[in-house]
Each structure stands twice: as C-alpha cells, then as structure tokens.
Write a protein that binds this ligand. Structure first.
Ligand SMILES: [Zn+2]
Length: 378
C-alpha cells in the first residue's frame, strides 16, 4: 500500500490523542488494512498525556519545598521522591510517576506476519499525537536539551536546599526555596499554556508518516515471504506520554528478547532528509551501535539513490526504541531531520498534511526493506 494514502487518512482525524475520542476510529481504520493477518489489540494503562506527569512532578517538588521550613524531614523526603522520579522521567527511564492517577486505557496494535520464526524483526511506529507545546516553537526547540539539563540541575538544587535546611536551618534557604517554587510553577505554566490554547497536534508528520512507512515496509516484506524471518508490525500508543505503549509491549515479552529479535522504529518522516538515528538522550548520550546500524550503513552506502541518507542525532525527547536499545536489543530509529538537525512543526499546530514531504517516507521504506532483506540473507 502506498504510505501516502495512510498518512492522508490519519491526518484526516483532527488529532490522535491517546485515549481520546479518535483512538477507536483510528485503530479500527488501521486494523481494516490487514484483513488477512492476526491482529492483537494490546491494552495498557497510561496517564492521558505527559502534562499529567509534569504536574505531578512539579507540584510534588513545590509541595516538598513549601513543607521544608516547617517539617524539614518530610519536605526532604518528598523532594527526594519527586526529584528522583523527575530525573528518571526526563532521562527516559521508567519513572514511578507514570503510574500515578488519573490513568486511562490505551492500546498498541500488533499485526502478526503469517509465519513464526526464531529470527524476528519488529517494525514499530507510534500512532498517537502530542499536546501542542510552546517548547517546540522554532525559537525554543534549539534549547530543549539545555533547558532540560538546567531543570535537572535545579531539581538537584532543591534537594540540596532542603537537605542543608534540615541540618542548618536558615532564612536565606527559605527564600531560596521560595524562589525555586516560583520558578517551577512558571515552568508548569510554560509547559501547559499552548495545550490549553490549541489542544493536541494533528501529527501528519509526527507520526502519521512513521505509521505509513512501517505499514508499507511490513506489507512489502510479507509479500517477499522471506525464509526463516518473522516480521511483526507494532503500532504503539502513548509514545507522546513517555513511550508508554512501547514499554508495555516490551514488558509483556520480557524473557523473549534475544539476539534473534531486532527492532526498526519509524518516527517523524515528514520533512528534511531521512536519517539513521544513532544518538539520542537528554543528560547523557544514548548511542546506537549494533549490527542493525552496520547493516543500515551498508544499505545507504551501496545504493546511490539513497546517497543523501545520513546518520543523525536527536536530543529533543526520545523514541519508542529507547527501551529496546537500553536492554541490548538490536534496534534503530529512522527519522527525518532538516538542515538544522530539527524536526520542523512537530508538537505544533503546523504539523499538518500541507507541511509533509513524502520523500523521507519513501526513503524510510526503501532503507528498512533493504535492511531486512540483507538480514534475511545473512
Ligand atoms: Zn513521534
């Protein structure tokens, strides 16, 4: 199937918010594309969007800071808990706050190939769209990683203030903790403002394009009927909450991951040039360097038509592949970046069909298809 047809259809929904009114029609449409495959609708619990998590983290820290001058040890404990939770969450580790209420139910759509094999390639893309955020405007997005780092340092400062107050209480520490309260509440307003104004993004690029590319690749590969290779297509939900659907998929199969299972993830292919993403992460770097990456490099170096496809780095939030990469599962994300290394329009009201260029979508299908064929022959 031509991926553009899928992109067009997905973009015809106003948005694809996790657990929103369009979740069921979107998943029904996607399911309808596979009349011949076994389909599993995998249920999981998640906060409705990341702003619920950000509210818990910031209000928890603020509560701890306000408590410190009166009940120092309780303040310190609360700051420690929410501080550690925040640091885990913003470095894309499992964080306890993702289990805090209110939780909603969302779904991954798993489409099985028609054969089972020891060797397996998972093609993944998230179907959900994100709250619109001022942090993704062109003037702000360049500072995304550094502002995350500053916030992490200020969380550590909040902990230090509370710890020192517990040992040597002083008025200056009370004022410092109040200044931090004002700063954190300001961050909450900044992070939420555009969501209250605009709601969720349409997500034509992020990530209707990825879904279109993953489906087109899977269908092409199923047709090839490659021997000894199973292809599974996984369309995840709640990626925009914090890669929650991919985590649920990963956790539900713990014990099954081995060197014979590989993951190709497709995320945001609607502008710029296709990149093999080899580096992500916020505080530290997460480096993808595995056999799959080597195969991707071979594919792009040997095919002249793919000469413009390069390696790339992305440090503004992360991808569904992060859980697999951290666990040592061979994985890669294919995404598209513009000449400034950015993904234009994502998480903004301008992430609509008119701004989508389908070239990187087709390139991603070509690269992934060639990679899997190489894998099958190796
Ligand atoms: Zn995305």
């Amino acid at each position: 199937m031509n991926p553009e047809i899928i992109v067009d259809k997905l973009a015809s929904f106003k948005d694809r918010a996790c657990a929103g009114p369009n979740e069921k029609p979107v998943l029904d449409y996607l399911s309808s594309l596979f009349p011949e495959n076994e389909i599993v609708l995998e249920k999981f619990k998640t906060p409705k969007n990341y702003l619920f998590i950000v509210h818990w983290l910031i209000l928890g820290l603020v509560f701890g800071l306000l408590l410190t001058p009166r009940f120092d040890i309780f303040g310190l404990l609360i700051i420690s808990f929410f501080g550690v939770s925040a640091i885990l969450y913003f470095n894309w580790y499992a964080s306890p706050v993702t289990k805090f209420p209110p939780l909603v139910e969302s779904h991954n759509l798993i489409i099985k190939g028609n054969k089972q094999s020891k060797k397996k390639v998972i093609l993944m893309a998230h179907w959900d769209t994100a709250p619109i955020s001022i942090l993704y405007t062109p003037s702000m997005v360049g500072n995304f990683r550094s502002s995350l780092k500053i916030n992490i340092l200020l969380i550590v400062l909040a902990f230090c203030v509370s710890l020192v107050y517990w040992i040597f209480p002083s008025t200056i520490l009370v004022w410092l903790s109040r200044a931090l309260v004002v700063y954190f509440l300001g961050q909450l307003v900044v992070a939420s403002w555009d969501f209250y104004k605009f709601g969720y993004s349409n997500g034509a690029s992020d990530n209707a394009t990825g879904v279109g590319a993953a489906i087109a690749t899977a269908q092409k590969l199923w047709k090839e009927n490659l021997p000894n290779l199973e292809i599974e297509l996984v369309l995840t939900g709640a990626e925009e909450v914090g890669m929650i659907g991919a985590k649920a998929y990963y956790d539900n199969r713990i014990g099954t991951w081995n060197a014979d299972t590989m993951l190709i993830n497709f995320d945001t292919l609607g502008a710029g040039n296709l990149k093999i993403i080899t580096e992500t992460g916020s505080w530290g770097n997460i480096v993808y360097d595995n056999e799959l990456i080597q195969i991707a490099k071979e594919v792009i170096s040997k095919d002249e038509a793919l000469g413009h496809v390069k390696l790339g780095a992305w440090h503004t939030a992360d991808f569904d592949s992060v859980w697999f990469q951290r666990a040592g599962v061979q994985s890669v994300t294919l995404g598209a970046l513009d000449q400034n290394g950015r993904m234009p329009n994502i998480h903004r009201e301008t992430d609509v069909l008119e701004n989508v260029n389908s070239k990187p979508v087709h390139d991603a299908v070509e690269v992934a298809f060639a990679m899997v064929k190489k894998l099958a022959n190796s």
